[in-house]
Ligand binder design. Structure first.
Ligand SMILES: NC(=O)c1ccc[n+]([C@@H]2O[C@H](COP(=O)([O-])OP(=O)(O)OC[C@H]3O[C@@H](n4cnc5c(N)ncnc54)[C@H](OP(=O)(O)O)[C@@H]3O)[C@@H](O)[C@H]2O)c1
Length: 308
């Protein structure tokens, strides 16, 4: 497993993260096995959010793994707040909500601190002074070590940075070989094709310039949770290409899809969502694979993109 030093922190993390959004479908014993498998592969980073399973994923995780103080220190635990699911879904970056959500997360995880807290999805009603106050309270009280955002564009981050004194360390974004708005516009600048439409606000370049580590969520999903792309007829050629190139590096299609994401020199992390230990192992093999430029671009093209 390749480890990366996260810029502007003391964190050294695996470049693969175990995402915990789907673990509420598992028994405590299965969660324990999944976490142990991840740790055995060298994965030391675990991603949560207060809305996953309505909070149940955090509770089950702590119950399953038994977070003793010594064990807790071995893990990097991240959670997110800012999405509220009540009668309707809405976003809330108010100071009160950030503080209350974090306390509830810590209670469910049965831990004194989070290594990382992310703001889950941009709240257009954000008052950045309130975020700054909340982050300061959480940091000085020892409840949160580092902060980041998710699904955010450069100006949203700049707005926060104008007020927030703690550095923004991470931006968690959807990115995979079948979801590439982060890179499409940069590959087809100034062309009159759909690929040239800037959907991501040049967030990749901004994050690289500002040493914000990108965490790629849904590495295998077609669209917005339409299921893994591997067996989808639209992606037959892509799956074959991944199998062909993967074979050269001893990877199955899962590992090759991970290797493709991590080949980008932006030092991203991949957030896996699998609930199967064998898929954690297969994906983990894609962690430090030296895929060539030609292979990487060919896979991108086979996913349906133009190389102008
Ligand atoms: N920041 C955000 O807004 C945001 C949004 C969504 C997710 N996330 C984070 O990202 C993590 C990953 O998201 P995700 O779960 O959507 O990612 P994913 O890893 O792309 O998808 C996982 C799903 O695909 C299935 N799958 C994977 N490989 C498969 C294969 N070879 N064959 C058949 N099924 C396969 C898994 O089934 P099995 O369990 O059976 O393997 C699981 O249901 C989440 O856990 C969460 O931590 C963040």
């Amino acid at each position: 497993m390749k480890n990366i030093a996260i810029p502007n922190t003391e964190l050294t993390s695996s470049n693969i993260i175990m995402g915990c959004m789907r673990i509420n479908t598992l028994s405590l014993k299965e969660i324990d096995t999944l976490v142990k498998t991840a740790l055995d592969q060298g994965i030391n980073f675990f991603d949560h959010a207060n809305v996953y399973g309505g909070g149940e994923c955090e509770t089950l995780f702590s119950k399953a793994v038994g977070l003793t103080p010594a064990f807790r220190e071995k893990l990097i635990i991240q959670s997110k707040c800012g999405i509220r699911k009540e009668e309707t879904v809405y976003y809330d970056f108010s100071k009160e909500n950030i503080l209350e959500s974090t306390d509830a997360i810590l209670h469910r995880l049965n831990t004194d601190y989070l290594d990382v807290l992310l703001l889950h999805r941009p709240d257009t009603l954000v008052e950045p002074e309130e975020v700054a106050e909340a982050f300061e309270i959480l940091h000085t009280s020892g409840k949160v070590k580092y902060f980041g955002v998710s699904n955010s564009n450069p100006n949203q981050i700049e707005l926060l940075k104008k007020y927030v004194s703690r550095p923004i360390i991470f931006n968690q974004l959807q990115y995979s070989v079948v979801h590439t708005p982060l890179i499409d516009q940069g590959i087809a600048v100034n062309m009159a094709i759909d690929q040239s439409v800037d959907r991501a606000g040049q967030t990749l370049d901004y994050c690289r310039l500002n040493e914000i580590t990108i965490q790629a969520w849904s590495p295998f999903q077609k669209g917005f949770f339409e299921g893994p792309f591997f067996q989808h007829p639209e992606y037959g050629d892509l799956t074959n290409a991944l199998m062909k190139y993967g074979e050269k590096y001893g990877l199955d299609v899962t590992g090759a899809a991970v290797a493709w994401i991590l080949r980008h020199p932006a030092n991203m992390q991949v957030v896996l969502g699998t609930t199967k230990p064998e898929r954690i192992i297969a994906a983990g093999k894609g962690s430090g694979v030296p895929m060539s430029r030609q292979e990487w671009y060919n896979i991108y093209q086979t996913a349906g993109n133009m190389i102008p």
